[in-house]
Design a protein around this ligand. Structure first.
Ligand code: F6R
Length: 258
């Protein structure tokens, strides 16, 4: 696992570079998209690059990570609406090329099975962007999730519902109890993963992710087993790392030596 510590603008630029490199190598790449506040600066940077003609998602496709169960279609906080507002509406994916879980499907279990199959049928995700919950969840895989889980229906933890109530005007009761999410096993199939986190609220989860033992109690720690994951964090999110200085030193001294 690689770790980069920087300010928000630097991180957005570096993560956007990963998207650009992927598109350069493979214009029809498959992207995995996270919702939430962590990727917003990156999505804005990507939108600027599309606008300037530097990159294009017109041949690419994408899968979002997760969705609440039961929010009515078109609800402003349904993740399909959020990703549309925050990213898709500003870039040039073809609408049919972006898939999301439908939290109002008549058969939610079938919806999850079909989604997992669709990811596999696409050839798999080339670049997955992740945030991390304050309790160490990735997508909506809460503490205790199986490391080999595939896309399915889950119960949200009280902590996550509390954290996300800010998107529902602070009304905890308005936050759905259940969700659908790509599993940890699904995410681990992505060829490359970038995880972004900022703020003190994420410091403990980042310390566990980078320096803690691998444990389903902190689900993101499974990424220590992923062959190509880079974690991009700001100083606050890095504040509980015991070896922050060494990570900065190694980021500045990548092989081949300059
Ligand atoms: C969202 C998702 C979640 C978020 C996480 C952090 O699609 O998968 O795991 O990435 O809850 O959320 P923010 O970025 O809002 O702090």
């Amino acid at each position: 696992m690689e770790l980069v510590i920087g300010n928000e603008a630097e991180l957005a630029n570096l993560v956007a570079n990963e998207f650009s490199k992927t598109l350069q190598r493979k214009p029809d790449a498959v992207f995995g998209l996270a919702t939430g506040s962590s990727p917003l600066r990156i999505y804005d940077e990507l939108a600027l690059r599309v606008k300037s003609g530097a990159i294009s998602f017109s041949k690419a496709s994408a899968f979002t990570l997760d969705e609440y169960v039961g929010l009515p279609e078109g609800h402003p906080e349904s993740y399909r609406q959020v990703i549309q507002r925050d990213f898709l509406g500003k870039v040039d994916f073809q609408a049919d090329n972006v898939k999301s879980l439908n939290g109002t499907a008549a058969d939610l279990e079938k919806e999850c099975l079909d989604y997992e199959s669709a990811i596999d049928a696409s050839g798999g995700v080339d670049l997955q962007i992740l945030g991390i919950g304050s309790n160490g969840h990735i997508a909506f895989n809460e503490p205790g999730s199986s490391f080999s889980s595939s896309t399915g229906i889950r119960l949200l933890s009280p902590q996550t519902r509390q954290d996300n109530s800010r998107f529902f005007g602070g009304d905890l009761d308005a936050v759905p109890k259940y969700c659908m999410t790509q599993g940890l096993g699904t995410i681990m199939k992505a060829r490359k993963i970038v995880l972004v986190a900022n703020g003190l609220n994420k410091a403990e989860a980042i310390s566990q992710l980078v320096e803690g033992p691998i444990s389903s109690f902190w689900p993101a720690t499974i990424l220590q087993h992923h062959p190509d994951t880079t974690v991009f964090i700001d100083e606050e999110a890095a504040s509980k790392l015991t070896m922050a200085d060494f990570y900065k030193y190694s980021a500045a001294n990548q092989w081949p030596a300059k």
